[in-house]
Write a protein that binds this ligand. Structure first.
Ligand SMILES: Nc1ncnc2c1ncn2[C@@H]1O[C@H](COP(=O)(O)OP(=O)(O)OP(=O)(O)O)[C@@H](O)[C@H]1O
Ligand SMILES: [Mg+2]
Length: 299
């Protein structure tokens, strides 16, 4: 267990094959629609779990690299040190070679870069093209309790790699017209993938549908769409709904997490509730301690 005290997963070489006392949950935030809150939710979920003491890796699969920018303040215009180097066909790098620490000792980042947009095209002719991310993640599973995947707003090969690698999916959605259309198309895609990947035992389970950016008071249209989502997803809908809240948006530009930046603002409080629901749903209790060596999650 000593390895969890080490803040540098790259320093762990050679110890990773030892028996694992937990299962790593790999949660992908997906929706083919842009702007529904995938990146913001990925950040809040990752930070929230890290603050509770879990060891978390955030993987930025989106060429726009919004989460990478939020966590590092840097835009990676070059491929070096980014996921591009891991997913490329020629001389791919190991994932641990690009993983970077963040300000929170429990939170690590696999940075995205604009170069990932060319990965999408490269993957088309690659061998085992849907499995690249899963294979890359396999070797770092012993380091992390949770791996959070932020994805681009489409179901191209980057997103399919995230879906194949994920153990659980969270679908962020907003209550505007196109938000629901996005969910319908995503559902159809998941149904197709379930058939295609059934022989590999992949079921693409939805952990929850997360409603974001809700205006208060809700318009009649928004309330109707929430009802539609409820009839479609039932208790898959997270009980916590994220309000439209400028503190949430502002927090993505800060040096500190949203939980530190505006702990009492309604959006941040709602994200805390979502993190608790996620933990309940994956059968884990929130940890009091910030030291995962003291309370190793079962699983
Ligand atoms: N609860 C919220 N309150 C206010 N602004 C929000 C909230 N959630 C997200 N936003 C803002 O809305 C915009 C879209 O959010 P985000 O980038 O998370 O969506 P996305 O689904 O990742 O989009 P894309 O598909 O383009 O990557 C961002 O500017 C973000 O800061
Ligand atoms: Mg995004």
């Amino acid at each position: 267990m000593q390895r969890w005290r080490n803040d540098d997963p790259q320093g762990e070489r050679g110890t990773m094959a030892s028996a694992r006392p937990f299962i790593t949950h790999i949660i992908a935030l997906v929706n083919i629609k842009g702007g529904v809150g995938k990146s913001v939710s990925a950040l809040f979920v990752a930070w929230g779990l890290a603050i509770l003491g879990f060891r978390v890796l955030l993987v930025d699969m989106d060429p726009q690299s919004n989460t990478t920018y939020s966590l590092t303040g840097e835009l990676y215009e070059e491929p070096e040190g980014t996921l591009y180097e891991v997913l490329r066909e020629q001389e791919p790098k190991a994932l641990r070679a690009i993983i970077r620490p963040t300000k929170n000792p429990n939170l690590f980042l696999a940075p995205g870069s604009l170069w990932l947009s060319s990965t999408e095209a490269d993957l088309v002719s690659a061998m085992a093209r849907e499995w690249k991310l899963k294979t890359a993640l396999d070797e770092v599973l012993p380091y992390f309790h949770y791996i959070i995947l932020d994805t681009p707003p489409n179901v191209g090969l980057l997103t399919i790699n995230a879906l194949v690698a994920a153990t659980d999916l969270i679908i962020p959605v907003y209550l505007k017209l196109w938000g629901l259309v996005g969910v319908r198309i995503l559902n159809r895609t998941l149904a197709t993938l379930r058939v295609k990947f059934a022989r590999f035992g992949l079921t693409f389970p939805v952990l929850g549908v997360l409603v974001t950016q809700v205006r208060r008071p809700m318009t009649k249209n928004a309330a109707d769409r929430l009802e539609q989502l409820r009839s479609l997803y039932g208790d898959k809908l997270f009980a916590a709904v994220i309000p439209l809240n400028e503190k949430v948006e502002e927090s993505t530009d800060q040096d500190v997490s949203g939980y530190d930046y505006a702990p009492r603002s309604p959006g941040v409080v709602a994200y805390s509730a979502v993190v608790k629901e996620i933990l309940e749903r994956v059968n884990r209790q929130p940890k009091e301690s910030t030291d995962p060596t003291l309370q190793s999650p079962g699983g």
